[in-house]
Unconditional design. Sequence first.
Length: 117
Amino acid sequence: MTQAALDQSLDAALTALADTNRRAILAALRDGPVPVGRLASELGLSQQTTSHHLGVLRRAGLVSGSRVGTRHLFVVDDDGLAAVRSYLDDFWPGRLAALKAAVESAGAADSGEPADG
């Protein structure tokens, strides 16, 4: 996948996650497949509104759906969340290194010793 396609996928996922109802839907799907009707009922949304939000989440690659008889089941798509996680994970190494340096510096200042031991 090209960098432009990855960026577009990430943008779609982050836009989808910006909505409270869509985050609530993802949370409701954490434990496995759930039919649209049950999602709507649990979240206090109409089936039409729930279906709309599921469509946005599906286009963003965050959920997938399947039909079992007359029921339409949805589940979280881990691959779609991986792009978001990868993006956010890139922030941690630098932040953790800065936190470690700050803690070590503060500890050294308190003890009067150099920060590197």
